[in-house]
Structure formats: structure tokens, C-alpha cells
Design a protein around this ligand. Structure first.
Ligand code: PMP
Length: 295
């Protein structure tokens, strides 16, 4: 990945309805979104000029904001168009797209009824989340320091900035120990997901994936479940306990950034990227490039 800082690049960022030169798309230090994490965002990918599942992402963005009790002052159709326009303005056809909405600077305090809601959209070239050589072999995951909170503790259905605090800490620890990412349990002790991607396990040809009742039901997750079922594979959504890990032969994670990435290790457990992980990785790559019909 490029080491050029994200605030010092050429290009244009869509900010509150207008294109702003990249380096000028700034917020004030007294911004509610910064102090109280009243911010929600999306991560999307454009493949060959088309953003995969764009409207689903935009709908999730709007819903994420509603869960945090604010309303984005643009319609889903307007946001969809703005995402496409941002890619076009930056002459990008294969890229990552990052819309973010946040409460502005009108009030600093927990209560923020009257703050202005902002929306920015940036897009940049971003080939692969994990190093390509790592991806083919399967990535290694450590156990995360933190667990996904209960829906009674946090707005778990929202892709809210604040929920990523525990992901960053957990991922930093994992990376310092030489792992690519961390596997998080949920508040009950069941397997949940990686710090930015959903998890799947394979046993005797059947795919098992945690029920997304306290973490994001990823758009990639849903697409991969549909692809697997279309191939005649059985997919079981259920609570999965960590003690079941020795019984699984394959493991992979899914997400907009991660796409489909095989996993070779979670803590003390080993997996071998096999035919199911690798064929779904390939199917997903073809689906997003419109070389495979949606299931
Ligand atoms: N879980 C978390 C915590 C994530 O950040 C992401 C990425 N948005 C996902 C799951 C996967 O979601 P999607 O497939 O919609 O990108």
C-alpha cells in the first residue's frame, strides 16, 4: 500500500455536495464526530468502472446514521450518484470508495440535536487488503483482545466509527506479533468475525458461518452465501463455539476490503485453504467483474 499520507494526495473529494481539492477537505478540531464518534462510514469497491452492490452500501450508510440518531441530508440516489461521480472525477475505474457521514461543530457535548450532518466521499486506488502472496497461502489470525459487544451495549447494526476502536487495538496487537489480523469472539464467547471481515468455516463439505446478531451482516458475506448455495453447497448460519475449531478443515473471511481471503491459522488452530475457499475466492472475483451471473 502507498505510504503517501491520506491528507496529502492529489485528486478530488466530494464534500457536502461539491468537489473539493483533496488537501482542502478538512474538518475543525471541535467536531462532534471526532470527540464522540458520531460518525458512520462505508467501504466499497469499484471493479472495472462499476461499484459492487453500490445501493446496498448506500442504504446501509443511511441506516447506520439512523441508528446513531441522525439523518444524512442526501437521498440514496444522490449518494449513489456522488459515489460514481467521485470515481469518475478522480479517473478511477478500479478503486476503494469511502463515504463517511458525521456530526459537525455546532455543538460539543453529548447532546447534539442541532449539529449539521456532513457527508464526504473519497476514492483511491487500493489493490488488495492483504498482501497477495499471503492471501493465496491463507492469512494467520491471532485471538483478539476484545470481544464484539452485545446489541444492548452498543449499536452493533451500524457501521459506526466508534465500534472500530476495539478492532484497531486488537489488530495492532496481532500485527505486532506477526499475524495479519485478529479473530474476535462475541460477548457470549462465540466466534464472531475478524476486525473488518466476516468469517466462514468448512467441515465435511458444509460451510458454517456465525449468525450476525451482534456484528455486521456483510454485503460480501451475503454474496458469498448466495454463491455457495448456487453451487449446491450447504451453508449453515449458527452460533459457533471456539472449541469446535479443531473440527474445521478450511476457514476464510469475507469483506469489501478482504474480498474472499483464506485463513491458515487462528491462534493455535491450523486450516488448509482448500477447494471450497479457493473456488469461492475465484467465483467472487468473477462475480464482481461481472463474469459470473449473480446467484
Ligand atoms: N465486519 C466488519 C467489522 C467490517 O468492517 C466489514 C467491512 N465493512 C465487514 C464485516 C464486511 O462487510 P462488507 O462485506 O459489507 O464489506
Amino acid at each position: 500500500m502507498s505510504l503517501v499520507p491520506f491528507d496529502d494526495r492529489d485528486g478530488w473529494i466530494w464534500l457536502d455536495g461539491q468537489f473539493t481539492p483533496w488537501r482542502e477537505a478538512k474538518v475543525h478540531v471541535l467536531t462532534h464526530g471526532l470527540h464522540y464518534a458520531s460518525a458512520v462510514f462505508e467501504g466499497e469497491r469499484m471493479y472495472g468502472g462499476e461499484i459492487f452492490k453500490l445501493t446496498e452500501h448506500t442504504e446501509r450508510l443511511v441506516k447506520s446514521a439512523e441508528i446513531l440518531d441522525f439523518e444524512i441530508p442526501f437521498t440514496v440516489a444522490q449518494i449513489d450518484e456522488a459515489c460514481k461521480a467521485t470515481c469518475a472525477r478522480n479517473a478511477l475505474r478500479d478503486c476503494y470508495v469511502r463515504p463517511i457521514a458525521w456530526r459537525g461543530s455546532e455543538t460539543i457535548g453529548v447532546s447534539a440535536h442541532d449539529s449539521r450532518i456532513h457527508l464526504a466521499i473519497a476514492a483511491w486506488d487500493w489493490p488488495s487488503y492483504f498482501k497477495p502472496e499471503e492471501k493465496a497461502r491463507g492469512i494467520r489470525l491471532a485471538w483478539a483482545k476484545y470481544a464484539r459487544p452485545s446489541p444492548q451495549t452498543a449499536p452493533t447494526g451500524s457501521k459506526a466509527a466508534g465500534l472500530y476502536m476495539i478492532c484497531t487495538i486488537s489488530k495492532h496487537i496481532a500485527e505486532r506479533e506477526g499475524y495479519a489480523d485478529a479473530m474476535m469472539l462475541d460477548w457470549r464467547g462465540f466466534l464472531a468475525e475478524a476486525t473488518g471481515a466476516n468469517a466462514f468455516f468448512v467441515r465435511d463439505g458444509v460451510i458454517h458461518t456465525p449468525t450476525p446478531d451482534c456484528f455486521l451482516d456483510g454485503i460480501t458475506r451475503r454474496s458469498v452465501i448466495a454463491l455457495a448455495r448456487a453451487k449446491g453447497l450447504e451453508v449453515v448460519e449458527r452460533h459457533i463455539a471456539p472449541h469446535e475449531l479443531p473440527g474445521f478443515s478450511e476457514c476464510f473471511i469475507t469483506g469489501t476490503a478482504a474480498e474472499v481471503t483464506p485463513v491458515s491459522q487462528i491462534g493455535e488452530h491450523r486450516f488448509t485453504p482448500g477447494s471450497i475457499s479457493l473456488s469461492l475466492m475465484d467465483d467472487f472475483a468473477r462475480l464482481v467483474r461481472r463474469q459470473l451471473q449473480p446467484a
